[in-house]
Design a protein around this ligand. Structure first.
Ligand code: SAM
Ligand code: FES
Length: 356
């Protein structure tokens, strides 16, 4: 593949999405742009993605307040620092009052979306989460509630939706079954994860999916499959970030995803999913001091500052050296405000729903 061909693929993607590009060509394109292609080619892709984001969102970056509710999880994902086999984690679980206190502080700071995330904690029953959601919606009727508590039964998702949850984040992690099996223990099933995503769509959630960039054993074909999977799912949000190893997991010695590859993937996603909400993630900010700022320049339009109580932040260590684990929420937001402004954007307080 040569630069000229890549430029014409980028132009075609702008017009026609993935139509007309085979899986093999897509994989070759991704690989070339990330590793062999020139800086000019990457800049062409970045500029294309940036123009699309600017046309649609102006210089707005949406914020969502992330509340890390529980680090207790029944799963054992091989990459994840809070997997159940990691005995070095001090476990915690926020109760309803803790979560409502985070929302109160978040609302005061200007947040209009709260993201409740955590492991698949058996004590976070369907009823408990539904009760928390309905309390948040009662106290802050204009705010959006996003949930991210992994794979659940259809009826559980329905109860949470009926309680007022607006959105759900569930990364598919990888769209290749064999690759999925290398990242997860035998009892976790790729088909069930995909079924959950379609159930969430059916229930009317705004759905976010996504994957780690540079996860162990990932090939350019996997990334091509991820893109093809997403074009079928048509999610409203797409969360991607580099894989970063955690020293107490089986992947401690694996290498992390790179900044370049993650930025290139953000731009490709922006070109293909023009209106999608694409966060510049904490893991991107962890592998490079200006990673999140660069994410915005490559087409990301969301950031999710941490609203968790400071006392628990270091316990939600999904990977080593995770940033933003020491500051108060107010400090996090003023730091982010400066970062966003340094690259010509501004944080916006509105809910930032997907624009149909
Ligand atoms: N339990 C929920 C779920 O499965 O969706 C939400 C919590 S889970 C920790 C959130 C996301 O963190 C995962 O979807 C995964 O992509 C990401 N993650 C976990 N370990 C990571 C690592 N070592 N590096 C980068 N991202 C990681
Ligand atoms: Fe469950 Fe990571 S293994 S949250």
């Amino acid at each position: 593949m040569v630069s000229e061909e890549c430029r014409s693929i980028i132009d075609n993607m702008c017009e026609y999405g993935c139509n007309g590009i085979s899986r093999d060509k897509l994989a070759e394109f991704i690989d070339y742009v990330c590793y062999e292609g020139s800086a000019e080619l990457r800049e062409y892709l970045r500029q294309t993605a940036n123009n699309i984001a600017t046309d649609i969102f102006g210089n707005k970056i949406y914020i969502r307040g992330l509340i890390e509710c529980t680090n207790i999880c029944r799963n054992d994902c091989l990459y994840c620092g809070i997997r159940k086999s990691n005995n070095n984690v001090e476990r915690y679980r926020l109760d309803k009052d803790d979560i409502l206190a985070c929302c109160k502080e978040g609302y005061r700071l200007g947040f209009r979306t709260f993201v409740l995330q955590g492991g698949e904690d058996p004590c976070y029953t369907a009823e408990f989460v539904a009760d928390v959601v309905s309390n948040i919606k009662k106290d802050y009727p204009g705010c959006a509630v996003t949930l991210s508590f992994g794979e659940q039964e259809y009826e559980t998702y329905r109860l949470w939706r009926d309680a007022g949850a607006d959105r759900y984040l569930l990364r598919h992690e990888t769209a290749d079954k064999q690759h999925y099996a290398r990242l997860h223990p035998g009892e976790m099933d790729y088909d069930n994860r995909v079924k959950c995503l379609y159930n969430l769509k059916e229930l009317g959630y705004q759905v976010g999916s996504g994957f780690m960039v540079g996860s162990p054993y990932q090939t350019p074909y996997n990334l091509a499959d991820d893109i093809i999977f997403l074009t079928k799912l048509e999610p409203h949000m797409i969360g991607i970030g580099p894989f970063v190893p955690h020293s107490d997991t089986p992947f401690a010695d694996k290498s992390q995803g790179t900044l370049t590859q993650t930025l290139v993937m953000i731009s490709i996603l922006r070109v293909l999913f023009k209106k999608a909400l694409i966060p510049s993630t904490t893991s991107l900010g962890t592998i490079a001091h200006d990673g999140r700022e660069q994410g915005f320049l490559y087409g990301a339009n969301v950031v999710m500052p941490n609203l968790s109580p400071v006392g628990v932040r270091k316990k939600y260590m999904l990977y080593d050296n995770k940033i933003c684990t020491g500051e108060e929420s107010a400090q996090c937001i003023s730091c982010l405000e400066k970062r966003v402004q340094s690259v010509g954007y501004r944080l916006t307080v509105d809910r930032g729903d997907y624009m149909e």
